[in-house]
Design a protein around this ligand. Sequence first.
Ligand code: NAD
Length: 504
Amino acid sequence: MERHEHYIDGEWVAGSGDDDFESRNPANGEVLGTFPRGTEADVEDAVAAARDAAEEWRALSYPDRAEYLWDVYQQLRERTDELGELVTRECGKEISEGRADVVEAYHMVEWAAGNGRHPHGDVVPSEIAAKDAYMRRKPRGVVGCITPWNFPVAIPFWHMAVALVEGNTVVWKPAEQTPKCGHAVAELLVESGIPDGVFNMVQGFGDAGAAVVDSDVETVLFTGSAEVGQGIAESIGGTPGKLAACEMGGKNAVLITDEADLDLAVPAAVLSSFKTTGQRCVSSERLIVHTDVYDEFKERFVAAAEKVSVGDPLDEDTFMGPLVEPRHREKVLEYNDLAREEGVNVLVDRADLDDEEIPDGHRDGHWIGPFVYETEYDPELRCIHEEVFGPHVALIEYEGGIERGVELQNATEYGLAGSIVSEDYRQINYYRDHAELGLAYGNLPCIGAEVQLPFGGVKKSGNGYPSARAVIEAVTERTAWTLNNSSDIEMAQGLSAEVTVEDD
Ligand code: NAD
């Protein structure tokens, strides 16, 4: 079995640790590779290399830095099918989603590299006609990137493509569930010829991630769970000169009003709840449905949940692959049990698949099917407030106007993604203005972001940084630069520029 390595200071290295870990295919248990478990010392070496490389890298022009990323872009486009299959084999997403992960990655790289030729700052008017005033940007320095497993190629590029083009050097810790995708991403950057030390990767677990957070990087970009992200935000909190940009989970909802077209609402809800087996940060675990359409929606959604195909993610006909790891399957099953204990009415329970549903040769997969229930809204119910990150879906019936529907949408500490299904533009506009969300959709599923839009949540879901334009704020510093073109000094706000002297 191939043993992989870290990439530090322009070299593939074994690292200082004694422990290795394996990556396994969640659909059948196949071992995909062995990886070194990174230590604090490995992270220190990587940060030191990134620090040493920073000055030369920031001295290059934006288009010159972007050239390396254009090379990565070409590779991602040419190798989409091969890399998409790797994504599917390592994280279990069905194959169209595996490929979409790579497509999203090259869209992000294209955006960041293209942005290397766009204006980077503002020309700002001054009160004094003889002064030229500008807002200019500078790279912050070394950026630490910590990424989750569920978009193992796309999310690393959300972080790194912009950070690099903006002139920062990078230390990246991929997710422990998807180290082989991490290795493939690192190879793309290495093959682009990027200078030694500019890009570094340390494989490993949460302790290696924590070492990145504790190191002297200027910015930490984190995408992952609220639990870990809040810990990072707190630990960096008031550290002078250090910034944490954290994007976390959600308890997302689709709101289906009395004016909804159910032919659109049902597929929107199915896609939102079951794509990626519910393991998207934007997946919907709540369907808030108006009483006038509740019975018909319930019947049609339940029929769909009974039928969605669960199976080999490499098969083009599969809708849902397995969950990522046994530990995660345990967690989802515990939430299904919790919902029962909390007294909900279970409508569909395909958590334990029948033997004939499991594809041949895939007994060791972490299989699960949809779990759907109905309940009245109750602020005490944990199952409708906590992120499960699986195909675990609550139907919540409501009466009254759009205000009540949006009140229920907002009845969570999270604020990542949501959608409204309605044919009434007044309802849609009310939702647009009052739903507490970073990503909101009308007459669509609540999944399916595009890289040129901001991506991020409000409330407990994040501070809205790690993607496209928004990342630039997290990886650059702004300077207000003013130049006087006159030989006299004239001050703003009517401040006197006269230097008066005392009489002898
Ligand atoms: P996770 O928080 O368990 O892990 C994410 C990364 O953080 C991994 O690389 C992990 O090794 C590292 N990590 C773990 N403990 C750490 C610590 N103490 N200090 C520093 N790093 C640490 O999340 P996951 O299970 O990989 O991903 C699923 C979660 O990510 C879900 O909650 C999902 O909603 C969220 N997510 C959010 C977005 C978004 O953009 N908002 C996108 C994808 C996933």
